[in-house]
Design a protein around this ligand. Sequence first.
Ligand code: PQQ
Length: 537
Amino acid sequence: QSWPVYGGDTGNTRFSPSTQINTSNVKNLKVQWALQLGTLRSQESTPILVGDTLLVTSSFGPKNTFAVNAKTGEVKWRYSPDIPKGIDQFACCDVNNRGVSFADGRVFVGRLDGNVAALDIKTGKELWVTKVVDYTQGSVITSPPTVAGKVVITGYGGGEYGARGSLVGLDPATGKEVWRTWTVPGAGEKGSETWKGDSNKNGGAAAWNIGSYDPKLNLVYYGTSNPSPWSAVVRGNDSSNIGPYTNLYSASVLAINPDDGKIVWHYQFTPHDAWDYDGVNELVFADLPIEGKKVPVIMQANRNGFFYVLDRANGKLLSAKQFVDGVNWATGVDMKTGMPIEAPGNAKRPGMGRKASNVCPNLIGAKNWMPMSWDAQTGLVYIPTINLCMDMEGIAGDYKRGQFFLNVNFDLAKQGAGGYMGGVKAWDPVKQQTVWMNKDDLFYSGGMLSTAGGVVFHGDLKGMFKALDAKTGKELWHFNTGSGVTAAPMTYTLDGKQYVAVVSGRTLSIPAFFGPLGEKMVDASPEGGALFVFALN
Ligand SMILES: O=C(O)c1cc(C(=O)O)c2c(n1)C(=O)C(=O)c1cc(C(=O)O)[nH]c1-2
């Protein structure tokens, strides 16, 4: 009934067994208290609960990490490190922070300035600060570290800046770097042959989102971003005949041993990516009935429009299916090779000076970082989806440290077919089919929470925080938070009372990627920054 990590559990299921708030009484939910986070712009934090303390971060650094009394919102301490001015030029996609992690009395904060800090849970005092990466190369940290066994693991960003990604294991007691695993092989290393020339030097594959951890298998899972630059010809062939140039380990999932950081297995979702289809979306654990057996799997709703089910122990591809309408860059995934079957004649693969038109999904993906939830009771995954397409064309350009390294024109974001731009979908991951969908005239819906009370919670860009019937998608209740909600909600129970918490405050810099459609995001709601906590009175 508690919420100890960002994703609710280390398998990121975002499911709570709590039933106090349920389909019949959710209409009576009332705000108990609110906390102003002290910043505007791109609030993406999911709070975690430690004892009776709620830990939540703001954007910009995070400028503020708060420890508050989870019943009253009274601030116990606030951690506000100096974050360099102008840091937003090194954050591709706004000054986000998704929250903190916790173990053994220490709170771990990944920061935009490339540092990880450990704080004393009682006082908020800094215990250590470790520099993981130089942020001026375009590498900021936006997600909480993953605590796994005896290490604290973080990645960092930079897929849009030609930074070379790595995952780093730190000693939780001292902050000392224990290991570093590059997500792009170095010159002469195994896998470097999948990069043309020395393009691996600026290869991206940044693990900027959330990790998962299976203590039984002793494996940590991270997705990696797009390879850099977006223009694929720099990294290999300019055709769908990609030959050896798959660009490992970009747009992939990596299973690593947390003790030494070694890669145990990998699966690449989008070999030789040419569309900015990062593979970083959260990797969600489930035990699914497959051919009469319960199999521990990883599920991912990938930016590239396919929903993947992989065997968690060995990375074997069990199924992959389009989870949104209109996916046209590939017609399917070959179950033997695990490779996508690209549209015939390179029609949807942007090339140098060759525009691919009306490619779906758009570069922001069929789903972005906003997390889905998995409800073992209904057997459904609840996914915030996006229905946009794009035109994209490769252009020439050189790597310049700390600047966007994209080498494409992508000025046209287009609404996908069907008269809607996004929405929340309930998806059966065994049958790989839609059960219901709530279509939205906007995109960038918020992350999801499922509860055993039969209620699914999420927010939207207009700032509405909604409760839905998990079986049908019918809206049961909503509350206007006053600014767009992309952050995923959480729930916790204290002294017999169930609370639901969500952070509100919409992104500012993402709309720039969308031209006129981006203006709709800006018009949807003003900027904000507040945590709202609800319960039944
Ligand atoms: O490649 C990267 O390093 C990187 C980092 C981030 C980030 O750290 O937030 C995003 C992306 N890429 C990205 O491609 C993307 O669409 C995106 C959306 C958001 C957001 O917070 O809304 N962040 C990011």
